[in-house]
Every structure is written in structure tokens, then in C-alpha cells.
Design a protein around this ligand. Structure first.
Ligand SMILES: Cc1ncc(COP(=O)(O)O)c(C=O)c1O
Length: 351
């Protein structure tokens, strides 16, 4: 007899395959991370904080929320900082739903939404993404009922990389005014697509974002939610006062001091590395989903063997099956030099 709720006991943990990921031994193209270390001034800011004699104090966040608001072009009252965007996703779903409510999570998508829905014992409705059309806008709208409390729009979607047009997100928000529309903009700086300018017009939209991907700081865990001020006030009642650690705030403040240092990498990935991999896949007739992010989900003939071959050549990618059970490889894009090396290795393996 367990002391916990039965459905929690019956769940499995969300355990991404992290073992053996060593950047000294491998080029890590398996987690959509930045593939090179962050700029020196960010590391120096962290070291200065360690040496500042303040580690014994609880975190205090200073003006970081205002700075995020400035960066996003929204007032600070529409911003709440979180411990990575996973934390934002969890807070939104937990705050909006009670046991037995419905959430609409188009599949396949990022695992965290279903994990939280499982913890809260929600009914998950999963319309399918479509290779031709991407996000299933019409199916989502027709699945809305008076029990729908959250609709997830992962934009761009992980693993497919596909984008939903802002007009479609607004249409969904208007079709389900009683539901929270969770727009996950984890890869925003890569895709440049956002509904952040529609928060007042659509007060049921909540955007989650992060410093894990484009800013290259997943280890320090810093994300944020953008939404109408009333939603932020409510969510602050749920978030703990110290949930975001001081290292994260220090690193993010430094990153925002010189955003061009992080964005130069984003440009290299999107304007050089991504077109190179796309051209390579097209030339070889390897099917891939059209991606607006720093990764491509491709379906070569023998994905498993290819993944093993890449690993032997010290490159890690992420095997992921689609809903029909076809195994694909989700390949993160790195620098131009890393992509040239990837293509050279791929060419050898495919020939
Ligand atoms: C779509 C999506 N949302 C959220 C996250 C989680 O990001 P964070 O590190 O900010 O928790 C990821 C990480 O892979 C992701 O792909």
C-alpha cells in the first residue's frame, strides 16, 4: 500500500537519455542545445558571484523581470520568471486544471506536457500532427469541450520543428476562451515567431520561453512566462519565492548585457548550418519535416544503423519514431564547421 496517489505510483519518470553525454568526447547533436560554450563574460559573471561572499543569502531577483519585459517588448507585470520552461509548463497546467479535466496536446510533441498531465490525472486528447499541414488546427478546435482547460501549441514543435501561424493560434484562443492556451516558444530566437504582442487581446494565451536553447544556458535553469497581468498575478501565488536560483539570474543578466554574443551563434545555425543540412537531405531524397528551429527530424532508410555509425564517429543524434512507428533522427544543428563534419561523416555512412 503506497502513501501516494495510485495514479502517481503507476506512472513512469520522465527520464531523457543523458548518460555518457560528454562534450569533450562527442559533438552533442541530440538535445537541441547550443553546441559550443557560452561567451566569456557570462562565465566571468558567475565566477564573480561565487567570489562575492553572497552564497549564504537567499536569492533576490532585482530588476531581472523588468529586463526580460524590455527584451520581450511587454510590461514587467506581464512577465514571471521560472526555473526553466519545464517549470512554467508545470505551473500553468497545475494552476488551470483539476483532476479529470481535459487537455489537448497534439502529438508527437515534447514529453513534459503529458508528464504533467499524468501527474494531475487529466484526460489528454491528442490530435495528430500531419506531415503536410503540421499542427492540426481544425482537429484541435473541434476537440474543444466545456471540460477543456489547457490547449498546447508547441511553436515550433519538438520534434517536428513545424510552426503554427500566429493567426491560427489566435483563432484557437478565441475558439476556447475558457481554456489556457499554452504557447511554448522554447526556440523563439531561432524561429522569430511569437504571439507576445497579443497578450492583451487574448488574455487566455500564456507564452513559455527559456534561456536553455538559443542562449545556451540549460544547466542554470531559467525560463519565463509572458501573459496578461492578471494571469501572472495568479501564477505568482503558485510559484515559490526562491524557485529560481541566483546563479541563473546572474548568468541571464550577463547574457542580456551583450545579447549579440548569443545571437551570432543563432544566426550561424539558421543561415549557414541549417540550409547545408537541408540541401544534403534533399539531394539524397531523405524525407524531413520542415523545421523553424535548430534541429531537423529526418527519416533515412536505416535510422538506427545511421545513429550507431554517427556515434562511432563521436556524433550523438536523437532517434525518435513518428506516430506510424517509422524511426527518424532528430539532428541538432551546430556551427558551420560542425555541420561540415557531420555531412562528411553522413556521406561516408550513406555511401
Ligand atoms: C518544446 C520544448 N519546451 C520546453 C523545453 C524545456 O526547456 P527548459 O530547459 O527551459 O526547461 C524543451 C527542451 O527540450 C523543449 O524542446
Amino acid at each position: 500500500m503506497s502513501i501516494f496517489k495510485r495514479h502517481i505510483d503507476q506512472m513512469s519518470a520522465y527520464k531523457p537519455p543523458l548518460e555518457g553525454r560528454d562534450p569533450q568526447s562527442y559533438t552533442l547533436l541530440d538535445f537541441n542545445e547550443r553546441t559550443v560554450p557560452v561567451a566569456d563574460h557570462i562565465r566571468e559573471a558567475l565566477l564573480a558571484y561565487v567570489n562575492s561572499g553572497r552564497l549564504q543569502m537567499y536569492p533576490s531577483y532585482g530588476d531581472i523581470t523588468d529586463r526580460i519585459g524590455d527584451y520581450c517588448g511587454v510590461p514587467a507585470e506581464q512577465v514571471m520568471i521560472t526555473n526553466g520552461s519545464d517549470h512554467g509548463i508545470e505551473l500553468i497546467i497545475r494552476s488551470a486544471c483539476s483532476e479529470g479535466d481535459e487537455v489537448i496536446i497534439p502529438a508527437p510533441s515534447f514529453a513534459m506536457y503529458n508528464q504533467v498531465a499524468g501527474v494531475e490525472n487529466l484526460n489528454v486528447i491528442e490530435p495528430s500532427y500531419d506531415f503536410e499541414h503540421g499542427y492540426p488546427v481544425e482537429e484541435v478546435i473541434s476537440a474543444v469541450s466545456d471540460k477543456t482547460r489547457v490547449i498546447v501549441v508547441c511553436n515550433p514543435n519538438n520534434p517536428s520543428g513545424t510552426l503554427v501561424a500566429s493567426e491560427d493560434i489566435l483563432m484557437i484562443a478565441r475558439a476556447a476562451p475558457e481554456a489556457a492556451i499554452l504557447v511554448d516558444e522554447c526556440y523563439y530566437e531561432y524561429s522569430k515567431a511569437t504571439v507576445a504582442s497579443h497578450l492583451e487581446e487574448c488574455p487566455n494565451i500564456l507564452v513559455t520561453r527559456t534561456f536553455s536553447k538559443t542562449w545556451g544556458l540549460p544547466s542554470i535553469r531559467f525560463g519565463y512566462i509572458l501573459s496578461a497581468a492578471d494571469n501572472i498575478r495568479a501564477l505568482l501565488n503558485v510559484r515559490g519565492p526562491y524557485d529560481i536560483n541566483q546563479f541563473a539570474v546572474v548568468a541571464v543578466a550577463a547574457a542580456l548585457d551583450k545579447p549579440e554574443a548569443s545571437m551570432a551563434y543563432v544566426d550561424e545555425v539558421m543561415t549557414q548550418s541549417k540550409p547545408m543540412l537541408e540541401a544534403f537531405l534533399k539531394e539524397r531524397n531523405i524525407r524531413f519535416w520542415p523545421s523553424a528551429a535548430n534541429y531537423i527530424w529526418a527519416f533515412p532508410d536505416d535510422a538506427e544503423a545511421l545513429s550507431e555509425g554517427l556515434e562511432k564517429a563521436a556524433i550523438l543524434v536523437r532517434p525518435k519514431a513518428d506516430l506510424e512507428g517509422n524511426l527518424g533522427l532528430r539532428i541538432t544543428l551546430g556551427t558551420r564547421e560542425q555541420t561540415e563534419h557531420l555531412l562528411w561523416v553522413l556521406e561516408g555512412l550513406l555511401d
